[in-house]
Design a protein around this ligand. Structure first.
Ligand code: F6R
Length: 619
C-alpha cells in the first residue's frame, strides 16, 4: 500500500525513480509523484492517476538532479488528487518527503502546527509530518548557526518521537541537496547499495537490474544517505553496521515477457512455482517432508497439540485448505483465523499451540500485528511467506518460503497454489511425526511429485474457459459452490471474480446453500460447481441438480471424462484427476482463468483492479 523510492548517486535520479515507481505500482495507483533536489531548491512533480501520467508530466516539465524521492499512492487520508499526491512539502519548502503508512495522531499534530502558523494545503496525514520536520529544523537552527546533516537528522528524530502510527519515510532537505534521510516503523523499506550510489524502495523489485546488494530496514531504524556514504542507526541504540544481503531475483522475474498481463503470466507459472515449492523438500527415504526453516527441535515439534493459521484474503483461503490437510493427515486440531480478528481477540492458547502466519507479501499489516501479538505471548510463531526479507519473514521464529518469485498482479494466483503446496508439506511432515505410515507418506510424496505436470494439464482448459467466459460475462451475480477440500476453492474462485471484474460473487459449501443462498438462484445467476470425483461426489451432484431444478445455469469443474456431469451442467470445464486432498491445486486453475477472461471481456484492468492494492500495509 503506497510505494516509495529514492536515489542518491551519480545518475540522473528521475530514470530510477520512474522505473521504480512503475515496478511498485501494484502497491497503489491513485497518484504518483517525485521530487528531485538541485542546488537551490527541490522540484516536485506529481499527478493523480497512474505512473504513466506522471511520466507524461515529466516529459513536459522535466527535472534534473542526482538526488530524489518518489511515491505511488493508495489513498488513505484525502481523496486521490494532484494536491493530495506525494511528495509533500513542509514549512516554506525547506523539506519535501514521501510517506507510506498511516499517522494516527495526525489531526492533533495538524492543530498544533496550525497554531504555530503552518498552513496546510492537503487533506493528508503526511503533510503534518512534513511540517513537523520543518518545524523541528527551524527550532534546531535557532540553537546552531549553521544547517548541517546532523541538524537535519536531529529534526527527523524529534519528529519520529511524536508520530503515532506507521511509516516508511524518505525526506529531502532543500538546503542540503545531497542528503536523504529514510526511516521505518511498520511500513517496509529496503536500501540498495550500489557503487557510489544508494537506492531506497518499499520492496526489492525496483532494485533489480541496479544492484543485488540490499539492506532491509527494521522498525525504528533510520538511514542517512549521502553520496558514497550510508549511516545506519537505531532510534534507541544509535549507530549500527548495515547487514547486507544478496538479492536472488533477476529481471525476468518482473518482466511481462510475451504475456498481456501479469495475472496471466503468473497463472501460467504455476507448474514451475509448484516445483519450486517442492524442491529439496521431499525426503523419499524417510517418506516425509524436509522443512529445515521451522527452527524447532523434534521434541518441540512433537509437543504441538494445536495449530493456528492466520492470514487475510486469498492466503486465508489457502489456510482453510491447510486446516483440512493437517487435520486429516497429522490429526492435529487446526483453527484458521482472520489476522484482522486475531490481533484483537485473546483466544486461549497454550505453549503447545503453534502459529503460522500465511502471507504472500510478508507485509500485510493485520497479519504482522496478529503474529506479533502471538509472539508477545511466547508462542512459536512461524511464517509461510513468499517475499524473502519481508517484515513477517524476518520477525517470525522460522518458517517456509514459497519461492514463487514476485507476484505482481494484484489478484493472487500462484501464491495461493504455492501456499497450499507448502501446507500439504506441513501436513505430511507433522503426519509422519505422529501416526502416518511409511507407505502413506510415500504415496503422499508420489502424488505431490505429479502435481506440476497435473497443473500443466489443467492449464489446457484455457480455451474452454474462454468460451464459458464469453457466455456468462454479462451476468451480475455468481455463486461458487464446492464441498470438503473444494469449499475453500469456491471461496477463492468467488474472490477472484469479485476483485478483478467487480461482479457480485459468493462462495459457499455446496450443501449449505439450501439454508439461504438458493433463494438467489435464477436464470441470471450462474452457479460454478466444483465437482471433481471424490468421496462426496454424488452428494455434490445432488446439490447441482437442486440448482438445475430451479432454473439456475450451472458451470461445472469436473474430472476429465466425466459424462455424468456433462449431462447435468450447462457447461463443463475439465481438469485432470488427482487425489482428493490435492484437488484445490488443480481446481483453482480454471477459476483463476475464468475471472481473468470475464474481467477482460468487461473491460476491467486485470492487473490493477479499482480500489485495491497488492500489499495491504495499513490496518
Ligand atoms: C486476493 C489478494 C488478497 C491477499 C491478501 C493477503 O487476490 O491478493 O486477498 O491475499 O491481501 O495478502 P498477503 O498474502 O500478501 O498477506
Amino acid at each position: 500500500m503506497c510505494g516509495i523510492v529514492g536515489y542518491i548517486g551519480p545518475r540522473e535520479a528521475t530514470q530510477f525513480l520512474l522505473e521504480g515507481l512503475h515496478r511498485l505500482e501494484y502497491r497503489g495507483y491513485d497518484s504518483a509523484g517525485i521530487a528531485v533536489t538541485s542546488t537551490d531548491n527541490i522540484k516536485v512533480r506529481k499527478k493523480v492517476g497512474r505512473v504513466s501520467e506522471l511520466a507524461g508530466l515529466l516529459d513536459e516539465q522535466p527535472v534534473a538532479g542526482h538526488t530524489g524521492i518518489g511515491h505511488t499512492r493508495w489513498a488513505t487520508h484525502g481523496a486521490p488528487s494532484d494536491t493530495n499526491s506525494h511528495p509533500h512539502t513542509g514549512g516554506n519548502g525547506e523539506i519535501v518527503l514521501v510517506h507510506n503508512g498511516v499517522i494516527e495522531n495526525y489531526s492533533s499534530l495538524r492543530k498544533q502546527l496550525q497554531g504555530l502558523g503552518y498552513v496546510f494545503t492537503t487533506d493528508t496525514d503526511t503533510e503534518a509530518v512534513a511540517h513537523l520536520v520543518a518545524h523541528h529544523l527551524e527550532e534546531q537552527l535557532k540553537l546552531e548557526d549553521e544547517l548541517t546533516e546532523e541538524l537535519c537528522l536531529r529534526a527527523v528524530k524529534l519528529t519520529l518521537l511524536k508520530l503515532k502510527g506507521t511509516y516508511g519515510l524518505a525526506v529531502l532537505f532543500r538546503d542540503i541537496p545531497d542528503l536523504i534521510i529514510a526511516a521505518r516503523n511498520g511500513s517496509p523499506l529496503v536500501l540498495g547499495v550500489g557503487k557510489g550510489e544508494y537506492f531506497i524502495a518499499s520492496d526489492a523489485s525496483p532494485l533489480i537490474g541496479y544492484t543485488d546488494q540490499v539492506v532491509y530496514l527494521s522498525d525504528h531504524e533510520i538511514a542517512v544517505l549521502t553520496p558514497g556514504k550510508l549511516d545506519l542507526m537505531h532510534r534507541d541504540t544509535g549507530s549500527m553496521a548495515p547487514s547486507i544481503h544478496t538479492l536472488a531475483q533477476v529481471s525476468a522475474d518482473i518482466d511481462l515477457g510475451d504475456y498481456e498481463h501479469y495475472m496471466l503470466k503468473e497463472i501460467y507459472e504455476q507448474p514451475q512455482t509448484m516445483e519450486n515449492a517442492l524442491r529439496g523438500r521431499l525426503d523419499d527415504d524417510e517418506a516425509t517432508a524436509k522443512l529445515g526453516g521451522l527452527n524447532l527441535s523434534p521434541q518441540e515439534l512433537r509437543r504441538v497439540d494445536r495449530i493456528v493459521l492466520t492470514a487475510c484474503g486469498t492466503s486465508w483461503h489457502a489456510g482453510l485448505v491447510g486446516e483440512y490437510l493437517i487435520e486429516e493427515f497429522a490429526r492435529i486440531p487446526v483453527e484458521v483465523e482472520y489476522a484482522s480478528e486475531l490481533r484483537y481477540r485473546n483466544p486461549p492458547m497454550s505453549d503447545r499451540t503453534m502459529i503460522f502466519a500465511i502471507t504472500q507479501s510478508g507485509e500485510t499489516a493485520d497479519t504482522l500485528a496478529a503474529m506479533r501479538e502471538c509472539k508477545r505471548k511466547g508462542l512459536p510463531t512461524l511464517a509461510i511467506c513468499n517475499v524473502v526479507g519481508s517484515s513477517i519473514a524476518r520477525e517470525a521464529h522460522g518458517g517456509v518460503y514459497l519461492h514463487a518469485g514476485p507476484e505482481i498482479g494484484v489478484a493472487s494466483t500462484k501464491a495461493f497454489t504455492s501456499q497450499v503446496t507448502v501446507l500439504s508439506l506441513l501436513a505430511l511432515f507433522f503426519g509422519r511425526m505422529r501416526h502416518l505410515s511409511y507407505g502413506a507418506g510415500q504415496r503422499f510424496i508420489r502424488n505431490l511429485q505429479e502435481m506440476p505436470e497435473k497443473i500443466h494439464r489443467a492449464l489446457e482448459c484455457h480455451e474452454a474457459v474462454k468460451a464459458v467466459a464469453e457466455r456468462y460475462a454479462s451476468m451480475n451475480n455468481f455463486l461458487y459452490l464446492g464441498r470438503h477440500y473444494n469449499f475453500p476453492v469456491a471461496l477463492e474462485g468467488a474472490l477472484k471474480l469479485k476483485e478483478i471484474s467487480y461482479i457480485h460473487a459468493e462462495g459457499y459449501p455446496a450443501a449449505e446453500m439450501k439454508h439461504g443462498p438458493i433463494a438467489l438462484v435464477d436464470q441470471q445467476t450462474p452457479s460454478v460447481f466444483i465437482v471433481p470425483r471424490s468421496g462426496i461426489y454424488s452428494k455434490v451432484l445432488s446439490n447441482l441438480e437442486e440448482v438445475k431444478a430451479r432454473g439456475g445455469p450451472v458451470i461445472a469443474i469436473a474430472c476429465e471424462g466425466d459424462e455424468k456431469v456433462a449431462q447435468l451442467a450447462d457447461d463443463v470445464i475439465y481438469i485432470p484427476e488427482v487425489e482428493e486432498y490435492l484437488q484445490p491445486l488443480v481446481c483453482a486453475i480454471p477459476l483463476q482463468l475464468l475471472s481473468y477472461h470475464i474481467a477482460l471481456l468487461r473491460g476491467c484492468n486485470v492487473d490493477r483492479p479499482r480500489n485495491l492494492a497488492k500489499s495491504v500495509t495499513v490496518e
